[in-house]
Write a protein that binds this ligand. Structure first.
Ligand SMILES: [Zn+2]
Length: 77
């Protein structure tokens, strides 16, 4: 009879622990923000003025360009 009490206490403790875990995991999965969290730096092409992310731009000595053609046009003129 003593064991039954111990088992009951363990089961209740386990049940409470599971309830706590479940409610904690329900709160955490907030949908992660989609897309880049850091705002992208936009630059404009020195030849045609097209705005594009700095990561996609062709960097030249005089500025950024939208393509290698415009980079060559401006830097090697
Ligand atoms: Zn351009």
């Amino acid at each position: 009879m003593k064991y039954l009490l111990v088992v009951t206490v363990v089961l209740v403790a386990f049940w409470i622990w599971r309830q706590n875990r479940r409610s904690a995991s329900d709160e955490t999965p907030k949908a992660p923000p989609k897309g880049p969290s850091v705002p992208q730096i936009m630059v404009s092409c020195r030849v045609c003025g097209t705005h594009l992310p700095q990561t996609d731009a062709v960097a030249g000595q005089r500025g950024a360009y939208c393509s290698r053609e415009h980079w060559a046009q401006a830097e090697q003129a």
